[in-house]
Design a protein around this ligand. Structure first.
Ligand code: HEM
Ligand code: HEM
Length: 572
């Protein structure tokens, strides 16, 4: 089905079976000879009050393009729903209290141990509440998958250039969701007040303390005094269950409204243009698929929760500031910031009688900066290209080697820092020296992204060359033929027209050029440093070193003629 991008309500077919004008009251309406079906009566009732027909007509036949990578956003959505469902259940039994109690419950090894009521309630949920452990595990697994889903979804959007006009704002909404998701996770796994969550909070408090001038005040204010204080769990609780999920829910709604408003992008293919969407209608096809997919995500998460233990708080024991678990790890998405701090040398300087803990402050600042780099990327790229057009057809990542290289470099930086966050575990498991792992991270943080960039760019260029080859020479069939004069040639099968279109439809724009500095009359024109920088970046991004010229029709025709002469085979 093909839907138009511009104009509203292009759906065809009768929606809801309504025959009356929408929004109108049924006053003065003649009694129908045949009683309408119950569904139709309910639909009429709703339409009279909500204008349902107009809304449904415009949206229900909306076309959604089909591609597996468009399920990634859905995985984020469904794991968020699972988080809310399981989170609500947990709030019924979890008590965010730092009051001290002596444990006397089903988990024998901890009996008689002093702990907070928060930890005790987490143990009760795990051992004494029907389904409690499964729900706790499900909540935690959903959180891990939620953030992973966001990163993969973000990279899909990044590598295909779906962030370009008009979707820059939606990119920022998404990015904010990613940041909030990470913080919500941190506030969540800090709640049960086990030894691991306390260690994480100590880490966060140390990072806050390193902020110059206001750090101490902030830390004291947040924790209600000297660490750990008695307030933090009770303060994190409303932030975790209400404030952050509330903001995220609003942002997700805005995000999805924008997806509907802009209409979804589509991969290039014959018949797909920037003015249409080729795919399946929202109702019934897409709704059925989405509904099924929700249960699939829910089911897989439940299976993971049932068979793989995550955060066994009972094994860690209650938090005590004088103890730390060995191999303490944050959840994977914050391993990045942990790694930066672990790899950073413990520098400290004294400024006007105040200590500046650079060993913590620098990595603590670097983390948001690395994240910020990806947030502003769409705007930087738009500035470099000077492209103000709307884009609804996705790029093939290979056709943008520099962008793809930058994305992979960014990811590799993330992975190197993640290795740093688990330096002790990696050293232990692989029998390496922890110093060797730390030094690898220190050097790798700068070197690995550069290597990743260069390798990715080369692979992209190689793939472009391969595409060019396929268009001009067709597919290698593996059949070798001997010509009358003794030469061996491989028979090449021509590509389908559709494939040929996909491989050649991309644009290869000339990079921005500020023009000659001296014009025809010998007058020197001022070219600003910014213009020069922009031209240089544009050359790096789209210049001849960053693309393999796609075949011209002329080249193609010449080869075709040659082919006819040699009887359908390409000499190689
Ligand atoms: C709670 C988190 C998120 C949810 C529930 C969500 C949901 C969705 C859904 C369902 C779609 C349409 C299907 C698809 O393209 O996968 C979508 C598209 C989009 N998302 Fe997200 N997303 C989230 C996070 C993000 C993040 C972290 C980013 C980027 C930083 C992002 C940027 C976008 C953009 C630009 C589109 C439009 C893509 C297009 O039309 O091709 N989203 N999102
Ligand atoms: C983006 C959304 C959310 C994320 C990423 C998230 C993440 C987490 C994580 C990782 C934990 C630690 C679980 C454990 O003990 O192993 C947790 C605990 C908890 N979460 Fe959430 N959560 C989210 C939303 C919510 C919502 C919406 C609610 C309530 C309506 C909620 C209520 C709770 C409660 C009560 C706990 C403590 C229970 C316990 O740890 O045993 N969460 N959350």
């Amino acid at each position: 089905m093909v839907g138009a991008r511009s104009g509203k309500g292009k759906g065809r077919g009768r929606v809801g079976g309504g025959t009356e004008g929408s929004g109108g009251s049924s006053g003065g309406r003649a009694v129908p000879a045949v009683r309408e079906a119950r569904g139709e009566r309910i639909a009429d009732w709703a339409d009279g009050r909500l204008g349902a027909y107009t809304l449904a007509k415009a949206q229900m036949r909306k076309v959604f393009p089909d591609h597996w990578s468009f399920m990634l956003g859905e995985i984020c959505l469904y794991s968020f729903l699972v988080l809310i469902l399981t989170g609500v259940y947990l709030t019924l039994f979890f008590e965010p209290s730092s009051a001290e109690v002596v444990y006397d419950g089903s988990y024998q090894p901890l009996n008689g141990i002093v702990m907070t009521r928060a930890y005790e309630s987490a143990l009760d949920i795990s051992f004494d509440l029907r389904g409690g452990l499964l729900i706790r595990q499900l909540h935690h697994w959903a959180a891990l998958v939620f953030v992973a889903g966001m990163i993969v979804h973000m990279m899909r959007v990044f590598f295909t250039g779906a962030f370009r006009k008009p979707r820059e704002i939606n990119w920022l909404f998404g990015w904010t969701l990613l940041m909030l998701g990470m913080i919500t996770g941190l506030t969540g796994y800090s709640l049960p007040d086990d030894l691991l969550s306390g260690t994480g909070l100590r880490f966060a408090q140390g990072a806050i303390l390193s902020i110059p001038v206001v750090g101490t005040y902030l830390a004291f204010g947040l924790f209600g005094g000297e660490f750990p204080g008695g307030e933090i769990i009770a303060r994190l609780y409303p932030i975790h269950i209400l404030l952050l999920p509330g903001i995220m829910l609003a942002l997700i709604v805005a995000h999805l409204i924008l997806v509907v408003y802009h209409k979804h992008t589509q991969y290039p293919g014959p018949g797909r243009t920037g003015r249409n969407v080729v795919g399946m209608p929202l109702l019934p096809v897409y709704m059925a698929k989405a509904g099924g997919f929700f249960f699939l995500v829910f089911g897989v998460l439940t299976l993971m929760a049932a068979v793989a233990t995550v955060n066994p708080v009972w094994a860690y024991g209650p938090y005590r500031p004088d103890q730390v678990t060995t191999g303490a790890q944050p959840d994977w998405y914050l391993g990045f910031s942990e790694g930066l701090i672990r790899a950073m040398p413990g520098w400290e300087i004294n400024l006007f009688g105040h200590t500046l803990a650079l060993g913590v402050l620098i990595p603590f600042t670097l983390f948001p900066l690395v994240m910020l780099a990806i947030a502003v990327y769409p705007f930087v790229e738009a500035w470099i290209t000077g492209d103000r057009r709307e884009h609804h057809i996705l790029d093939r990542p290979r056709n943008h080697p520099v962008r793809t290289g930058l994305g992979v470099a960014w990811l590799s930086m993330y992975v190197v820092a993640l290795i740093g966050g688990g330096n002790d575990i990696i050293a232990l498991r692989f029998r390496l020296s922890i110093n060797a792992v730390t030094w690898f991270v220190r050097i790798g943080f700068f070197v690995v992204p550069v290597i990743a960039f260069i390798v990715t760019k080369r692979i992209c260029l190689g793939l472009q060359r391969r595409d060019r080859d396929k268009v001009l020479h067709g597919l290698e069939s593996g059949t070798i033929k001997r010509l009358p004069h003794g030469e061996y040639v491989e028979i090449h099968e021509p590509l389908s027209q559709a494939r040929m279109f996909v491989l050649t439809q991309h644009e290869q724009p000339e990079p921005y050029d500020p023009g000659p500095r001296v014009d025809g009359n010998g007058v020197t024109r001022r070219v600003t440093t910014t213009e020069r920088l922009r031209a240089r970046l544009a050359r790096a991004m789209y210049g001849t070193a960053a693309r393999v010229a796609k075949p011209t029709p002329q080249e193609y025709r010449e080869l075709q003629q040659h082919q006819e002469l040699t009887g359908g085979d390409h000499p190689h």
